[in-house]
Design a protein around this ligand. Structure first.
Ligand SMILES: *Cc1c(COP(=O)(O)O)cnc(C)c1O
Length: 376
């Protein structure tokens, strides 16, 4: 089976992890801050906080922005469930903004339309850089300023991508950006995530909540005369920390980020060429994209058969994403089909093809042949 995604692990990655295993500290040592510094250097954000998953980072992001009961958070339906769940963790309500068919990203026009008519304006909008292509962040920033909402970028797909001159993660247009380092993403720590921001107070709040709401920092203690062993729990936090082994793997992986992204873009361009000749439609992979996913758009009535044909040929096709509000959990909250018609139409035609740096030219040629035969 050719999987739709696969991590790239070298001997250097393995050595980096083994070195940590032989060191003093498996947690709360030097590797996590080194990984965070590498993320800062890569993106230009002021702060990076590594976490045990992107889901945890999204949860921290909502808490840092003080999302709570009575608040509303809007996001895209074309995403993994975590982009919406993070608001529910905080007791807030969720609503969905339709996408644009050309990119699979949240539609700025649909967002503006919904803002103009909203009874309750959103406190936060979680935008998702679908497949690694940045949303139209300058336009989203302009709406955020006009309607006074905060912006979280779920950049789980978009490590190494750009939005104009700014690296995704810079937070130039947003309050907080979140990355995922799950094994299928652009670079991996096995499981893992990160929260990036520019604001010192947001970073401080997220850092406190990442580790039980507990601090030992003498500058932050309420007891100004505390003994050296004293720590204070100042809020109800979690244990969302990343291990040293994961961070060491992350540091090693980031050294090859440019290679990963350029090979992904190269493979995407080869797919695009082959499918243009055959008249097969797909989402474009732009020059600023991280090339996380290559998504075909086929006739809806044919999608199931094509998916099954490709699976039978040992090609690990996948589908990203069924609209989140179709999930039983969200239906039980009152969401119904028809809410975001573009997202529903897009989903009915979507098939994700294998795309990862280790996909060989021969494997890709086989996938292209089989797609031509199946769609043909
Ligand atoms: C993978 C993913 C997540 C969740 O990431 P984890 O690190 O597995 O928690 C959230 N949002 C999107 C868009 C994702 O692709």
């Amino acid at each position: 089976m050719i999987p739709y995604a696969r991590q790239s692990i070298t001997q250097e990655d393995i050595d980096a992890v083994v070195e940590v295993l032989q060191s003093e500290r498996l947690t709360q040592g030097p590797a996590v801050p080194a990984f965070e510094q590498a993320l800062v250097a890569l993106t230009g954000a002021a702060h990076a906080l590594a976490t045990n998953s992107a889901t945890s980072a999204l949860h921290l992001a909502c808490l840092a922005l003080e999302v709570g009961p009575g608040d509303v958070v809007w996001t895209s339906p074309n995403t993994y469930v975590a982009s919406a769940n993070c608001a529910r963790f905080c007791g807030a309500d969720v609503d969905f903004v339709d996408i644009e068919a050309g990119t699979g990203n949240l539609s700025v026009a649909a967002l503006e339309h919904k803002l103009q008519r909203a009874e309750t304006l959103p406190k936060v909008v979680v935008v998702v850089h679908f497949a690694g292509q940045s949303c139209d962040m300058p336009a989203i920033r302009a709406l955020a300023d006009r309607y006074q909402f905060r912006v979280i970028e779920d950049a789980s797909h978009a490590l190494g991508a750009y939005c104009g001159e700014f690296a995704v993660g810079s937070c130039h247009y947003s309050d907080i950006t979140v990355f995922s380092f799950h094994a299928v993403k652009i670079a991996t720590t096995g499981e893992g995530g990160a929260l990036l921001c520019r604001d010192d107070k947001l970073a401080q709040r997220a850092e406190l909540l990442r580790s039980h709401g507990v601090t030992r920092d003498s500058h932050l203690l309420q007891d100004t005369d505390a003994a050296p062993w004293v720590y204070e729990q100042q809020a109800l936090g979690f244990n969302f920390r990343m291990t040293e082994m994961q961070a060491a793997l992350g540091c090693s992986q980031l050294q090859r980020l440019e290679q990963f992204v350029s090979r992904r873009r190269e493979l995407a361009a080869l797919y695009a060429d082959a499918f243009a000749q055959a008249g097969i439609e797909h989402l474009p992979v732009g020059v600023e994209s991280s090339g996380h996913l290559f998504v075909l758009q086929v006739a809806a009535q044919q999608r199931r058969r094509i998916f099954d044909d490709l699976s039978a040929k040992q090609i690990g096709v996948n589908v990203h994403y069924m609209p989140v509000y179709w999930q039983p959990y969200y239906r039980q909250l009152g969401f119904d089909r028809g809410l975001c018609p573009v997202s529903e139409q897009y989903y009915s035609q979507a098939i994700t093809l294998p795309l990862f740096p280790g996909l060989t030219d021969e494997q890709q040629a086989y996938v292209i042949d089989q797609v031509r035969a199946a769609v043909g």
